[in-house]
Structure formats: C-alpha cells, structure tokens
Design a binder for this molecule. Sequence first.
Ligand code: G6P
Length: 609
Amino acid sequence: MCGIIGAIAQRPVEPILIEGLRRLEYRGYDSAGLAVIDGSELHRQRAVGKVEQLAQRLAEAPLAGHLGIAHTRWATHGKPSEANAHPHLSEDRVAVVHNGIIENYAELREQLTQKGYHFASDTDTEVIAHQIMEEMRQGLQLLDAVRSATAKFKGAYALGVISPTCPDRLIAVRQGSPLVIGLGISEHFIASDIQALLPVTQRFIYLENGDLAEVCGDTLRILDAQGSPVDRPVHQSGLSAGSADRGQFRHFMLKEIHEQPQAVAETLEGRLGTDAVLDGILGPGSEELLARVRSVQILACGTSYHAGLVASLWIEGLLGLPCRVEVASEFRYRRHAVMPDCLLVTISQSGETADTLAALRRAKTEGYLGSVSVCNVPESSLVRESDLVLMTHAGPEIGVASTKAFTTQLVALLLFTLSLGRHQGLDATLAASLVDHLRALPKMLERALELDAPIEQLSTLLADKHNALFLGRGGHYPIALEGALKLKEISYIHAEAYPAGELKHGPLALVDADMPVIVVAPNNRLLEKLKSNLQEVRARGGELLVFTDDPEALGADAHTHVLSVPSIDDWLSPIIHTIPLQLLAYHTAVLKGTDVDQPRNLAKSVTVE
Ligand code: G6P
C-alpha cells in the first residue's frame, strides 16, 4: 500500500528519501516519486514501476535540497502512471504526498475547477494540493492553509506537505492513516512506517488521529484535532536498520519462513508458567473480563482470517464456548446478532487494515463485553483502539505474503484460548499438556523446516500447472485455505481449498492429471475418512501431494507423493502443517520466476477499503 517519507535536514535529503522508499517497497506499490525544495524552487521526479526506476532517473539528474517528501503509490483513484504518481503539485508552490482516500474529492475537484485550477491527474490527492494552494491564496501561511484545507476533507488520510514559500518546514497530518515523526539531531523526518526511517533514527513520535505537525530542523510543534499544542511521547524503537535485510536468503519470504522457530519462541516468551499460561498475559484487568465471557466473535481479513478459523475450533473444541469468525469487510456492513456476553477478538498483523478497524469501531457500539486485538505492531491503530492486546512478536515481516506473522498469530490465539480456559473449566491436566507442547513447538518447527529441500523438488510438479486443489479436515482445513492463498498470492496459480469431505460434492469433477491435489493429512481420528477422499482422487488419475505425520498409513505410489511432517499433539498440528505449504508456495513461485516478495497487485498493509 502507499508509503510516505519526508525529511528536513542540514544534509541533502534525496538519498534519505530514496533509501526510505526502498525500505517501503515491501508494502506493495506501482509507482514512486519525490519532491524537494532547493532554495526557492520546487523540483519533482516521478517514475512508474520500481523505486529503482526513480533512482536511475535521479542518478542522471540529481536533486539538491534539504527539505523533501517522497511516496510509493498503490493505485486507488486513477491507473498507475507517471501523471498519477505522487507528489502532486499546485502551481509549483505546494507539493503533497498522501496515503488513504479523500471521499469527497469529486465535489472539491468540481469547486476547484470552477475557480480555475487545472487537474493533471485522476487522483484524489491533487485536490489536496490545490485546496491548500487556494487557502494560501486567501492569505494563509502554509500551516494554517493545511489546517483550513483538511477541515474540508472527508476520509482517512495521512499527508506530507511542503512549499517553497516556507522552505524551512514540513507539514504532516494524520487523520486515520498511520504517520510517525522520526527525531534526529538537527534533522527530523516523517514516514508512514518506521521501517523507512530506521537508517536515520530509532526515536519516534506516533501522531494521533487529527494531529497536525509542523516539522522544522531543530523544532517540532504538534497541534491536536482542536488546534491546541500537545506533547506526544517519544518511543525508542528496538528495531535496527539491519532488521529489514535479507541476509543469506534469496527472498525476504524465505528468510521469514525460516525465522518462525525464533518468532514463535519470542511470542511464547514470558507467557508460559510451569503448567499453565501465566496470569494476566492480556494485560491489567483482563482476567476479570475473561471470567465473564460466554461467547467469542472473531474478525479479521486475509491470512489473519485463517488464523481466526483455527482459533474458533480451539475455543469451541477445548472450551465449549460458541465462537463465530467472519471476514471484517462483510461483518462491518451487515446487520448481525451479538451473542450473549460476547468478547470481540480482532486479528491483524499490521493493525492498520481498514476493514478490520472499521469492523472494530462498529462493534464497539454494539454491546460486546470488550475487545481484544492480536497484532504484530505495537503502536498500530487496532492496538490503540482495543481494550486488551495480545502482541505477536514476529518482528518486521517484509514479504507481502504473510508467513511468520501467521504462525505467531496461531500461537498467540492458543495462548488466548488457554487464558480464557482458566475461567471456563478447561481441564488443568489438558492445559498443562498443551503448555508443554507449546514449549516444544519452536524445536518442532525447526524440524519441519528440514523439509525445505524435498519440497523444493516437489514444487516441480506444480510449477507448470494452472490450477491446484488443497484438502484438509478439522483444524487443518483453514491450513489448506492458507496454503491455497499462499500459492495464489505469489505463484499466480489458481488454487482452491476444500474440507476434504466436500470433494465429492463438486470439486471432484475438476480432478484429472492436470489438477494436482495437495492434502494436509495428520494422523488423527479423521485420517481414515481422509484416506477414502484420496482414493477418490487416485481413481481419477490426479497427482497427490500429501503432507502427513504418518507416511506409512498413506502409501506412496507413482502419483502419490508423501512427505513426512514431524508428529505433534493434534491441537497444535495445524501450526506445524503450515510450514510445508508455505515452502511449497515459495519454491513454486521461484520456479515460475514471479516477484515473490512483492507479488503483483497486492499490498502488505491494506489501509483503504
Ligand atoms: C493484506 C496482506 C495479507 C494480510 C491481509 C490482512 O491483504 O497482503 O497478507 O493477510 O492484508 O492484513 P492484516 O494486517 O490485517 O493481518
């Protein structure tokens, strides 16, 4: 999704801005641009495609200047093109970078056109530049002009604004889309994601909704939504610039797949006692709230939704509590009945997904007992707006396709289930054994990663196919869904997942030698049923790729490829079985030569509807 970076410094800012854009690339984008103020002049360069294209243009014609803003764009209004790329200008006197959406832009565009403003793009952003210019024409200085203009905008957005009329300041606005200020020594920065600024600072101020900041080299002034000066706390980030490096790995995604044992260990850290989950892992006051829960509603999108599906089986299966799961983009728009004494759980790696946030905001008015967020970004909107939080400690995830964020979500959700279980009569011996299995999980994940090489070989069976079918049962059906999503996202092979018992009700008609069938087949009480499903595929000449902890029971043959996954308790087995499907998607995509870390049309953090 779109990324913003801005800088005001005593040194030239172009290299800082370009490096920042490179570090935002993982979020997904289709064009990039940069504007700087040099003396009394505004200069801009933009390019469609990768940041590298922009960097090449700048290498040919460098831009000097100590104040600048830059942007990676993910098209919402208007196709990806140079004309639609940010920054957008008004009369070479205002330059704007923008994340989010101005909902009433059509109406404002009409008014500004009548006043004689010329529009050079199809974006909603250009309205912002012209509206600020219009306020300046009415005699306002840049800061007041931005304030007056934003009062006319409807929507969720973050802005960076510069003008040669004020060559010593950068204006930043946060209204519903994330924006941080990075603090340096006699230099300051803004960005939509701290990743962009890690090479220049580790000290950050997170703007609140409605905040407007005037950022100068030595000073910083923040006004709140009412226009009153406010102090916001300074956070010292534990992240370093190196945390976004690929190291020895060919892609961030592969690195992140291999980081899962460590990420899971960090998510468990400080949360497990000898034979139970520690008290209060969801924060102060959480135990009292958990004691009152009689039902659970989970909301999430994408991969996080799949984590929610697994969690619902834990909550119902282990605790006997009713638990519903729904994609946030549906929930937010339909009339729904709130279950009695219901706890709302949102799951999001980014904490900024627009649909999940909107669903949470709506649900908060509907009589839920309270809200819990399972999230990977501590200062995100979702975390700030939820009553209780259970952080995953996956560390930054750069690959657009979520891997370690997903497995750490699963771990956090099992911890959550066990916390809830303390108040819901979960048998103490069962809880203690699950705690033991959780403690052993990082080692088991390491063993599952040893499948990397055999799965690389197996991926040759998929790389030339156009379709694939994934099957699973029980808690492994969401894992099949996640496996299919991973394959779609990065290899562009059409993939669908079915609960294996549904095969005969439709998808079996598709099975032939060109339709590989990938099966998650743990040795549990459903294995015999699953074996019958496999026979149905075999009988139609389908190619089977089977992941199981009981290879003997499955019987490999020329068209049945069986890979052995480490055996673990059935409740945790979905977590282990995730690994081979991630590796399968990864190696298939590499064979196909797609852009694994930044797949086409997708974004890491979807902050628009
Ligand atoms: C995007 C990402 C997915 C992610 C989904 C939900 O589509 O590409 O990987 O699962 O958003 O994101 P969230 O941050 O809420 O988990």
